[in-house]
Design a protein around this ligand. Structure first.
Ligand SMILES: Cc1cc2nc3c(=O)[nH]c(=O)nc-3n(C[C@H](O)[C@H](O)[C@H](O)COP(=O)(O)OP(=O)(O)OC[C@H]3O[C@@H](n4cnc5c(N)ncnc54)[C@H](O)[C@@H]3O)c2cc1C
Length: 392
């Protein structure tokens, strides 16, 4: 499902970054790449980059629309592994920490960076069941008076927890910058069917003809549904809305969850709703008005703040809320990474590196044990999943 509405991320791109999101199909499309990555969201792009970094010579990424046209281009772009401590499985927190570390590395090694911003995260009124019971080592507790100094006028006055040195990105900028590292990218190119024999994928039929890959990674957001690929993973989509305000006269100390994040030009990014019972496919004015109303009520010094950007997108989700990062059963040269739900931007560089290592060494990295598709929870549906201290 494509992101709908107007994102701030697209408006922030510079003229050099925009065309890289939609290069089309190259005339000399690699028909026999060592690795074919299907899907040009953050998982696909990060995996393709990691494959290249692992020394795989020929990597082709194909994307049905433009890079980032799914959830990745509409995400809030927050990289806050520590907020998941106590409420999500330790495996997610661990991979999230590795993801944040890799985002920093990528920002340092990619020419011009990937637009990574180091920011502090303030979680207002942390829940006693999760975070407070099992805080990460870097948690710093703030009483209501200290919070009042950081956020003058905040209503109601509450205690908070601060974690320094988390991150955020403009996901479209990051996709654009990272895509420059991938040997070949084709957009407007859909995978349609898979031809497999002898326990291997032999061919992938696409809208631009047949590809004969050495290995293939399906990074299609929701699990791939392709003729010839017998992969029936349970999954759903969870819609979410975000808004961005005009520049405001209030300074937030970074990401203030679940209220808002200060982004470029002194604007505020707010929302990340979990619209579990909303079957509609467009931006809903009542939902964005509610986000705006909650923001104004919590921060009266904002006054009558105007919203300039409203959009929605859909989180791909497996029943237990945890992604799948695994080899396709019965196919020795095919992998899938799907259902990254609320943390795909954070996890992508670490998940991609893990897949690249698995492809090159033929051995599953030990820390991927929890991310397999055979886990029993894949058959237990828990609507909405767990809630972390953040909202995205
Ligand atoms: C409102 C909201 C806020 C969020 N905020 C955050 C956040 O702050 N931090 C965070 O870490 N995560 C966040 N997320 C979650 C994050 O957006 C997702 O987990 C992540 O984008 C999933 O990435 P992906 O690459 O797996 O999927 P996608 O971005 O959906 O990419 C999959 C791509 O595959 C392509 N595709 C599908 N089928 C085919 C085919 N057959 N052939 C070719 N291409 C195909 C699609 O067109 C799509 O572009 C948020 C999500 C939402 C909805």
């Amino acid at each position: 499902m494509h992101t709908r509405g107007r994102t701030i991320w697209a408006d922030q791109l510079d003229p050099g970054e925009r065309p890289r999101l939609d290069p089309g199909v190259p005339e000399s499309l690699a028909r026999r790449p060592d690795v074919l990555v299907v899907g040009g969201g953050m998982l696909g792009v990060a995996t393709a980059v990691a494959c290249r970094d692992a020394g795989i010579g020929s990597v082709l990424l194909i994307e049905a629309g433009r890079l980032g046209s799914g959830a990745s281009g509409g995400a809030a772009g927050l990289l806050v592994p520590e907020s998941h401590q106590g409420s999500d499985p330790p495996a997610l927190v661990e991979l999230g920490r590795a993801g944040l570390a890799r985002w920093r590395d990528l920002d340092a090694v990619v020419a011009g960076g990937v637009g990574f911003r180091d920011v502090d995260w303030i979680g207002l009124a942390p829940r006693p069941d999760g975070f407070v019971a099992d805080p990460p080592p870097s948690a710093e507790w703030l009483d209501a008076a200290q919070v009042g100094q950081l956020l003058p006028g905040l209503r109601p006055a509450v205690a908070a927890v601060r974690i320094q040195h988390q991150g955020r990105v403009n996901p479209l900028r990051a996709l654009s910058r990272l895509s420059a590292l991938i040997p070949q990218v084709a957009t407007g190119c859909s995978a349609i069917a898979v031809g497999a024999s002898g326990g291997r994928v032999r061919t992938v039929s696409t809208s631009a003809g047949t590809i004969t890959p050495g290995a293939v990674v399906f990074a299609t957001g929701s699990p791939p549904r392709l003729d010839g690929l017998d992969l029936r993973l349970p999954a759903s989509l969870v819609k979410g809305h975000l808004v961005v305000t005009e520049p405001v006269p209030v300074t937030l100390p970074g990401i203030v969850a679940p209220l808002a994040t200060q982004i470029e030009d002194h604007r505020l990014l707010a929302g990340g709703t979990l619209d579990t019972d909303d079957p509609t496919v467009g931006v809903r004015a009542d939902v964005t008005a509610r986000i705006q109303g909650e923001l104004a009520a919590a921060l009266p010094p904002l006054g009558r703040v105007r919203v300039t950007h409203r959009w929605c997108c859909w989180r791909p989700r497996h029943p237990d809320g945890l992604a799948v990062i695994d080899q396709v059963p019965g196919l020795s040269n095919a992998w899938v990474t799907s259902g990254h739900y609320r943390t795909g931007i954070l996890l992508a560089p670490a998940a991609g590196a893990a897949l690249a290592s698995w492809i090159t060494t033929r051995r599953r990295p030990g820390y991927l044990q929890s991310w397999g598709m055979a886990r029993s929870s894949m058959t237990t549906v828990t609507p909405g999943g767990t809630a972390s201290e953040g909202r995205v």
